[in-house]
Design a protein around this ligand. Structure first.
Ligand SMILES: [Zn+2]
Length: 209
């Protein structure tokens, strides 16, 4: 059986939303690029944004598990456009748990989707965690077999809050190794390096604060 190695964006979007629907997530539409209820940003920058009222218990979510393909515009990345990793306008695929599952399941789903659904080679994938998060590395070991020393700790593995205050917490990112030929050649080149070898393809945000 041959393995499909290229996908259109339409295929990836459908595979993602269908996978999370199969795990009990309600598919919700992308919100407007101009946020209707968030004065902290001019434009929608993340799939998380339309979910924030649910995390703050200001609104009742239509389900505790949600998934979306959100149109995003990143003005903060404008200066970086031209490298091979940053975009201004894109769609962000997201799965959200409002008081339902947490780190273990989030890591399980991400790993299963990447390695079983789109079948990225596991030996090209590298998880990173926040240095103060002692829980996520245990799951990366248990679920995907990464030894502790293979998990890179990055200070910037932290999400939010989007404004002066609000939901925030450590995150765990997944990087795809594009190959040594894309790298800077430095001996300390690893996920988080500023060169174009390791591409961040997933950010698992754990909003525990
Ligand atoms: Zn590098």
């Amino acid at each position: 059986m041959s393995v499909q190695t290229t996908f259109t964006s339409t295929q990836v979007r459908a595979l993602y939303l269908d996978y999370f629907a199969s795990k009990g997530h309600l598919k919700v539409a992308s919100s407007s690029l101009v946020p209707h209820n968030d004065p902290t940003v001019l434009l929608t920058t993340a799939g998380m944004q339309q979910m924030i009222p649910y995390f703050l218990a200001r609104e009742t979510p239509p389900a505790t598990r949600l998934t979306s393909a959100q149109k995003c515009f990143r003005t903060t990345d404008i200066d970086k456009v031209g490298n091979e990793r940053s975009l201004t306008f894109f769609e962000m695929l997201g799965n959200f748990s409002v008081g339902d599952y947490f780190k273990r399941e989030a890591i399980t789903y991400a790993w299963e989707f990447l390695t079983q659904v789109v079948k990225l080679p596991a030996d090209r994938l590298y998880p990173t965690v926040h240095p103060q998060d002692d829980e996520a590395p245990l799951y990366w070991h248990e679920i995907a077999g990464f030894p502790d020393e293979a998990i890179v700790r990055l200070e910037d593995n932290w999400w939010g809050p989007p404004g002066a205050s609000g939901p925030c917490g450590p995150d765990s990112e997944i990087y795809y190794d594009r190959g040594v030929e894309h790298g800077c050649g430095q001996s300390d080149c690893q996920p988080g390096c500023d060169c174009e070898r390791f591409l961040e393809i997933w950010n698992l945000v754990f909003m525990q604060y």
